[in-house]
Design a protein around this ligand. Structure first.
Ligand code: BGC
Length: 794
């Protein structure tokens, strides 16, 4: 009996023991947000260390040829997450070590941006998302949208613009497109990744105001409006700490201020100190796996840091939690079975359309373009035979084909001559060959091209002597015969046109248009597509005009962002400097009229969630259908601190048949009037007057109107009792006072501390022999000064 009892007890005990064990082993699985804490608790320290470091370069067996992947923990139901580049289409297949799979090579982001067409860009995003899904990629490493601070940055082709407002809207449009397919984005590179020279070590010294207004603002916009799954921290150091280890950027601003809810991964091999990165809020260290240049695994460093207390377990748990929240959303977690056969055909039309719509017509004398296929074309320039369809580095795409220029022109029906006796018409062309070309063609098309890639900056904005000579020589020969010359710019960033632009009859920036390059260029040349692209970056006359000149790319260790907030047109327009082609500029084969600029009310209460509706009518005054991008800029008439002459705060694109008129509607809100006040650590919209400028480019303002900001008036309602020390913080007030009572008085006033404005004036009159004793003038002057100041702001 005793024996039986004992046996029973033992088996019961075993059962309980085994089921508890099984419970721990099997029942803890990642299922939903509520399961995350339990899953983390069930992870071993080794697993934690591996989970926050990727698995190494191209390590995914499930989706070969991708940039990276995360650690799979089967027993906890955590799948591997696959991440892949990039901004111009999915980087997968042959070029990245995978098998020969193809994806669509879209136009470079600089080209997409020039469309100013948020719906079209969204469509591109959807197409990229679909391809990622088809190949089993969970997160697409893009969009890339660092500010184009300097035209020589080697990655400008991958980025959108020099303007933060436009940048945010473009980045959101593509983010929404990609994420609509259940694929996450990785907004990159956060932040201030504006040069390639010494990118992994350079320390960038940027003022807080420039950081907020220029470099962070688009990231802020997408984080607040687009729910991006991930963000990629950048290589360089920002104000003394590497972006991937920068708590101020990654936690204080990104999460605490903006409410970011995804996870941060580092750029590839960016992290120098794993504990600093993880503690700062960089949740995933990429690519992980074997360390660069030394032996050992990245995960070992994390494990060691966990053991020696440099990373606390509760802190790494936060990193893991951020990643797991996104894992839950991923296609891999949801059991997506990749088809491995995306509908590439469907995307061809999107590539061709977005490529053509992004092209920017800079010059078109005597309607040189479009011309029909009855005209025989001669093709010149070595670039014409090796058209650049996209940029290098992580923007490479293994496309199934790339339509060259010659092929595109021929496909469209043009007869093209491009060589004589097997010698192509390129730089250094012989006179005899040129003669043959002129004789056998009606028009010359010359192509100038540039390629670039991450890892290198460009060296110059100039065209080479050979290129300039070719343009001059060909133009002279063609013009002599009354024939025209078109120059195509197959570029990713501005180049100088000053030395040769007068020779060309027509200049078209085609950018690097993706795999349908030749066809898309032919669409614009032939007029099938009326160009509507506009520049999202200024083309300066010479490189030496750029605001960062002298401060780019810095020394071996440091680069000073000495131009502050004056980047791009903010600089050129404030300085009133001649530029080659201004921000927002781009011609059409038709013409447009701007009329009827209206605001639905004149004042905006900045203490409320207030908006002003701005409308303007656009009419197509030409003979063919066309599209126009309308731009809205704002100028604060008088401000207490330096502000750019104008800033873009709205835009809209409309398609119009001949004689058709459409109304473009844009909205202005508090943020559009604000600057970042480093003292109050917030965006401030000062009370007072602002001018709304609506136009076709930053230098072609067609209509203006004035509005007022109200609700924040305390600072500038000046009375005799206002404290002088407060008022003289404002240089404009000081300027007005100086106008009446003299410059010296204002300078001296610095020492007057908290005297009231009235007392300060009285004292100054005492010193001023001309005014002394003239009581009538004194009191009038006080009133005049006060009235003038108040008029400025109110
Ligand atoms: C680039 C990133 C890219 C990553 C993975 C890095 O060199 O800076 O933009 O996503 O590589 O390929």
């Amino acid at each position: 009996m005793k024996k039986i009892f004992n046996k029973k007890i033992i088996s019961l005990f075993l059962l309980v023991f085994l089921s508890t064990f099984a419970f721990g082993q099997e029942l803890v699985k990642l299922t939903d947000e509520a399961s995350i804490d339990k899953v983390i608790k069930a992870m071993t320290l080794e697993e934690k260390a591996k989970f926050v470091t990727g698995m190494g370069m191209n390590a995914s067996k499930r989706v070969p040829g991708t940039a990276g992947n995360t650690y799979e923990i089967k027993r906890l139901g955590i799948p591997e997450i696959v991440v892949s580049d990039g901004p111009a289409g999915l980087r997968i297949g042959g070029i990245t070590g995978g098998k020969e799979t193809y994806a669509t090579a879209f136009p470079i982001p600089a080209a997409l941006a020039s469309t100013w067409d948020l719906d079209l860009i969204n469509k591109v995003g959807v197409a990229m998302g679909k391809e990622s899904k088809a190949f089993g990629v969970d997160i697409l490493l893009g969009p890339a949208f660092n500010i184009k601070r300097d035209p020589l940055n080697g990655r400008n082709f991958e980025y959108f613009t020099e303007d933060p407002y436009l940048n945010g809207r473009l980045a959101l449009a593509i983010t929404n497109g990609i994420q609509s397919q259940g694929v996450g984005v990785s907004l990159k590179h956060y932040a201030v990744n504006n040069q390639e020279t010494n990118r992994m070590n350079i320390n960038e010294i940027v003022s807080e105001r420039a950081l907020r207004e220029i470099y962070l603002s688009a990231f802020e916009y997408v984080v607040k409006n687009g729910n991006p799954w991930t963000i990629m921290s950048a290589y360089p150091s920002v104000n003394g700490e590497f972006a991937s280890q920068n708590k101020y950027l990654l936690t204080d601003i990104l999460r605490n201020e903006w409410g970011f809810n995804g996870f941060v991964m580092s750029d590839w091999f960016a992290v120098k100190d794993v504990s600093k990165a993880l503690n700062a809020g960089n949740d995933l260290i990429m690519p992980g796996g074997a360390k660069w240049g030394t032996s050992g695994e990245t995960a070992d460093d994390v494990l060691e840091a966990l053991k020696n207390g440099k990373i606390k377990e509760e802190d790494i748990d936060k990193n893991i939690k951020s990643i797991l929240k996104i894992v839950l959303k991923s296609l891999s977690f949801k059991g997506n079975v990749p088809s491995n056969s995306p509908n590439l055909k469907e995307n061809v039309e999107i590539v061709r359309q977005s490529a053509a719509e992004g092209m920017v017509l800079l010059k078109n004398e005597d309607k040189t373009m479009p011309f029909d296929t009855s005209k025989k074309v001669a093709l010149f320039g070595k670039n014409a035979f090796d058209y650049v369809t996209g940029g290098g580095g992580s923007s490479q795409v293994n496309a199934a084909y790339r339509v060259q220029l010659l092929e595109g022109l021929t496909n469209t029906g043009y007869k093209v001559i491009s060589e004589n006796n097997g010698v192509k018409f390129a730089e250094g062309i012989k006179d005899s060959d040129l003669e043959i070309a002129v004789k056998n063609s009606d028009i010359a098309v010359i192509s100038i091209g540039r390629n670039s890639t991450e890892g290198n900056d460009n060296f110059t904005m100039e065209t080479t002597k050979e290129e300039t000579d070719l343009i001059k020589k060909v133009s002279e020969a063609y013009h002599k015969m009354g024939k025209k010359v078109v120059v195509l710019l197959n570029i990713g960033a501005p180049i100088e046109t000053e030395d040769w632009k007068d020779y060309a009859d027509s200049i078209l920036i085609t950018w690097q248009p993706g795999q349908e390059a030749g066809n898309a260029v032919a669409d614009v040349i032939s007029g099938k597509v009326n160009p509507s692209g506009k520049l999202t970056e200024t083309f300066p006359v010479r490189y030496k005009d750029v605001p960062s000149y002298g401060n780019f790319p810095g020394t071996k260790t440091t680069v000073y962002y000495g131009e502050g907030i004056y980047v791009g047109y903010r600089y050129y327009d404030t300085k009133d400097l001649k530029v080659q082609y201004p921000f927002g500029f781009g011609m059409s084969y038709t013409t447009f009229k701007y009329s009827n600029l209206k605001v639905d009310k004149n004042s905006l209460d900045v203490t409320k969630n207030d908006k002003i509706k701005v409308t303007v009518d656009i009419t197509n005054t030409g003979k063919i259908k066309g599209k126009e991008t309308v731009q809205l800029y704002i100028t604060q008439n008088i401000s207490s601190i330096d502000r750019p002459e104008k800033e873009l705060k709205g835009f809209g694109k409309v398609e119009l048949a001949p004689n058709e008129t459409k109304t473009v509607t844009m909205y202005i809100e508090k943020r559009d009037l604000s600057y970042y006040d480093v003292n109050v650590k917030d965006w401030v919209a000062e009370a007072g007057k602002y001018t709304i400028k609506v136009g076709a480019s930053s230098r072609d303002i067609k209509l203006t109107t004035e509005i007022k900001a109200i609700g924040n008036t305390d600072k500038y309602l000046v009375t005799e009792n206002s404290s002088w020390s407060k008022l003289q913080e404002n240089k404009n007030i000081s300027k007005i006072v100086a106008k009446y009572i003299g410059y010296n008085a204002v300078v001296e006033a610095v020492w007057f501390g908290d005297k009231t404005f009235g007392k300060f004036l009285t004292e100054q009159y005492e010193k001023n022999t001309e005014l002394k004793g003239n009581v009538e003038k004194q009191s009038k002057l006080t009133k005049e000064i006060i009235d003038e100041i108040n008029k400025m702001y109110n």
